[in-house]
Design a protein around this ligand. Structure first.
Ligand code: BES
Ligand code: MN
Ligand code: ZN
Length: 456
């Protein structure tokens, strides 16, 4: 064995070793062994163990040195990567190509006994994050005919029941009473009833202000009357990945029993054409009272988010983070590597960027300068819902910024990172790792979990 990265070799009956088998994993050049290479090595080990009929395995790779990364980081990442590697979505196939004897148990090693307590906490965090990612992937991968707004609401109810969360689901009549007209304007073309989901984890003192997560829940985005072209339109079933990441993160937060209050809010509907659908040129009054000229019905994410962002004022939030597959422009700007981040508060932006670095689920900030607001001018309403071709991700965030002036707010555009296209098509579960880490850090137990970073 040469030791090239990505290679492995299974040995049987090695003398002097109690284990039945020993799996060697190539790591490549020592000088080049960093975070990415560490994750790849764990993935190779887990994949091989799973495919060779091993019931359980003990992983020593977690003892390797990774530059600037501590033991908790290595354990957390190992758990997340193990989940990632073993993930399958075959529930819609009549014949499953199941592994005959799948891996049941993994043990991770640390080099010193005094590292054990921190490693155990990190393992619990990694397992919770992995479970959250898995839920987000499952929901994302389900097609629009199954994963409807009502299905998301049922999933939220089930999650609440199994994990001790509180849940509320508002339906169309409730939304009408609240004046959520921009949200409802998106739902007009669809036969599926819209749902507005509120999930609560109360791990902190009752008087502690909550962190609020708002996820875009368009269960299928056809574009509406401004119909999308046909190619790859199936991928618009992923337009609820923001919502899925909110459900996934709440699951992970509940599993970790984080000592803070978190509210998850999901506005959910389909975006379809139809006789009653909203038309380009229509003017709608949002819940905030601001009026919007809808010049393109395909810019629907911001229309459901703006009412949700007004609604969450009632929680007197510590901060609000929205997560949305909002703009194709974000895919052009950042590709499939970084999530787009825009915020009206620099320290909140920095917290999210740091959490993303720590979780290897990274975001990159773009400017939210007022200069861009001009592009949203309308001759007939307070604003238009589109800002033209230039800086599409920024003008979308500028639109949302008009509804978030009362609190600290950050926006994550996950259009490029929530799923992969092509042969490996599938949801990624991002940004559940970033958000879980962000909340771990907010919960103030960063001393044990997050390495060197201090709480501000
Ligand atoms: N859900 C889409 C954004 C999207 C498109 C995400 C492709 C990932 C891949 C969103 O609702 C949308 O259609 N946005 C429009 C906005 C435009 C009309 C201003 C877009 O990006 O084209
Ligand atoms: Mn759209
Ligand atoms: Zn959309």
């Amino acid at each position: 064995m040469e030791g090239k990265a990505g290679t492995s070799l299974l040995l049987h009956g090695v003398s002097g070793i109690e284990a039945d088998r020993v799996l060697l994993v190539g790591l490549g050049k020592e000088r080049e062994f960093r975070e990415k290479e560490y994750r790849a090595a764990i993935a190779t080990a887990v994949r091989q163990l799973n495919e060779t009929g091993g019931f359980d395995g003990t992983v020593f790779l977690t003892e390797l040195a990774v530059r600037k990364r501590d033991v908790p980081w290595k354990i957390r990442q190992a758990a997340i990567v193990a989940h990632e590697t073993l993930y399958r979505f075959d529930r819609l196939k009549s014949k499953k190509d199941a592994v005959r004897r799948p891996l049941r148990k993994l043990t991770f090693c640390v080099a010193r006994r005094n590292e054990l307590a921190a490693a155990e906490l990190a393992l619990a965090q990694g397992v919770a994050t992995g479970a959250g990612v898995e839920l987000a992937k499952d929901l994302g991968n389900l097609p629009g005919n199954i994963c409807t707004p009502s299905y998301l609401a049922d999933q939220a109810r089930q999650l609440a029941k199994s994990h001790g969360l509180a849940v509320d689901v508002l339906d169309r009549v409730d939304m009408e009473k609240l004046g959520m007209n921009t949200l409802l304007s998106v739902a007009r073309g669809s036969h599926e009833p819209p749902k507005f989901i509120v999930l609560r984890h109360s791990g902190g003192p009752a008087e502690a202000k909550p962190v609020v997560l708002v996820g875009k829940g368009i269960t299928f985005d056809s574009g509406g009357i401004s119909l999308k072209p046909g190619a790859e339109m199936d991928e618009m079933k992923y337009d609820m990945c923001g919502a899925a990441s909110v459900l996934g993160t709440l699951k992970s937060v509940a599993m970790m029993k984080l000592p803070l209050n978190v509210v998850g809010v999901i506005p959910s509907t389909e975006n379809m054409p139809g006789g009653a659908a909203t038309k380009p040129g229509d003017v709608i009054t949002s819940m905030s009272g601001q009026t919007v000229e809808i010049l393109n019905t395909d810019a629907e994410g911001r229309l459901i988010l703006c009412d949700a962002l007004t609604y969450v004022e009632r929680f007197d939030p510590q901060c609000v983070v929205d997560i949305a597959t909002l703009t194709g422009a974000c895919v052009i700007a950042l590709g499939h590597v970084a999530t787009g981040l825009l915020a009206n508060n620099e320290s909140l932006a920095k917290e999210l960027i740091d959490a993303g670095q720590e979780a290897y689920d990274r975001a990159w900030q773009m400017p939210l300068w007022d200069d861009y607001q001009e592009q949203l001018k309308s001759n007939f309403a307070d604003m238009a819902n589109i800002g033209g071709k230039p800086a599409g991700t920024i003008t979308a965030a500028c639109f949302l910024a008009r509804f978030t002036e009362k609190y600290q707010w950050a926006h994550l555009d996950i259009a490029g990172t929530a799923w992969r296209s092509g042969k490996e098509k599938g949801a990624t579960g991002r940004p559940v790792p970033m958000l879980s880490q962000f909340l771990i850090d907010r919960a103030g137990i960063a001393g044990v979990s997050g390495g060197k970073r201090k709480r501000k």
